[in-house]
Design a protein around this ligand. Structure first.
Ligand code: RIB
Ligand code: CA
Length: 314
């Protein structure tokens, strides 16, 4: 739709990635999804690509172009998270062989060609998993960097510290070298860390409002969230689990729901003890160049009202 923000969603579905995709597809006035690129992360890329297609089917949007991307990090073996997302990566609803086709083009080629053909500065990249696809595209085609409007990503942690290790958040931990490339790229970055997403909890009342919509997409999402939250409830003893990835899309639609500050963010790639840590200079003590808008505050009720209202449209 004219005026809608052009985005590429790079993702490792993942139940919370599914919520992000549904929110984007339910918001055509504000968001124009040019394509969805799958990356290895929560589960291997064969599954994340299939899951992205299944989510498009749930959203009744079999027209969306889905591409498979990198099957492992740039320099390390793949670490996955079946313990959180289940063996399929999308445990919860009954799954099926999707109608939404897998595009023959590799995701990296799609990212590069799209950025070279779209108006410079008109495309936003929305990584919801490891940054492998993004960093690989930037390395293979450095000319695309100045053509990217912004990278709005879910990843990292500072005050909340890590979720996959005591120091690191999963998306950064899976491919710290890729994250280092992205954070040193000079491209405008909005970072949505665990510090924010741990305030966005799938409280029973919130999930019940989604379930009450009664549509195919809403029912599937509620079933995904019922499964997805169990791990974090057991770990943190919270009412509901953190809903990470859809905050990336919600920020694009209603940035006023969010707050944060420009910071310098560096990535630990040397120490095994703190590998993948995002070292956020929140208190501005280093004098190092600001390279990311780090968000920490969110109106969680406002977020869920937006998510529920847009999923209702699918
Ligand atoms: O640490 C949370 C992130 O890791 C989310 O994007 C989740 O989907 C997993 O990819
Ligand atoms: Ca994800």
């Amino acid at each position: 739709m004219a005026g809608a923000r052009k985005i590429i969603i790079d993702t490792d579905p993942g139940q919370d990635d599914a919520a992000a995709i549904m929110l984007a597809l339910g918001s055509p006035e504000e968001i124009d999804v040019l394509g969805i690129t799958a990356v290895a992360g929560n589960v291997p890329v064969a599954l994340t690509a299939k899951n992205a297609r299944i989510v498009c089917d749930f959203a009744n949007r079999q027209d969306v172009r889905v591409f498979a991307g990198c099957d492992r990090p740039m320099k390390r073996p793949l670490v996955t998270a079946e313990h959180v997302h289940g063996a399929t990566g999308l445990d919860g609803p009954a799954l099926f062989e999707p109608e939404t086709p897998l595009q023959p083009e590799h995701a990296i080629d799609f990212i590069i060609e799209t950025l070279r053909s779209e108006e410079p500065g008109s495309v936003t990249l929305c990584p919801l998993g490891a940054l492998t696809n993004i960093a690989t595209a930037l390395t293979r085609a450095p000319d695309i960097a100045p053509r990217i409007r912004e990278i709005v990503m879910m990843g990292g942690a500072y005050f909340e510290v890590g979720n996959i290790t005591p120091a690191a958040e999963f998306n950064i931990y899976v491919d710290p070298e890729a994250a280092e490339i992205v954070f040193k790229s000079g491209i405008p970055i909005v970072m949505i860390p665990l510090d924010l997403t741990h305030k966005v909890l799938t409280l029973k009342a919130r999930v019940d409002r989604i379930r009450a919509l009664g549509t195919r997409a809403a029912t599937a999402l509620a079933e995904m969230l019922d499964f997805f939250e169990r791990f974090d409830i057991a770990k943190y003893g919270s009412d509901g689990g953190p809903l990470h990835d859809p905050n990336v899309i919600a920020y694009l639609i209603r940035p006023e729901l969010y707050g944060g500050r420009m910071c310098n963010v560096e990535i630990e790639t040397g120490s095994e003890l703190t590998l993948g840590m995002t070292v956020v200079d929140w208190w501005q003590v280093t004098g190092r160049k600001h390279n990311a808008l780090v968000l920490r505050d969110v109106d969680a009720d406002g977020f869920f009202a937006l998510l529920t209202g847009r999923v209702a449209r699918l």
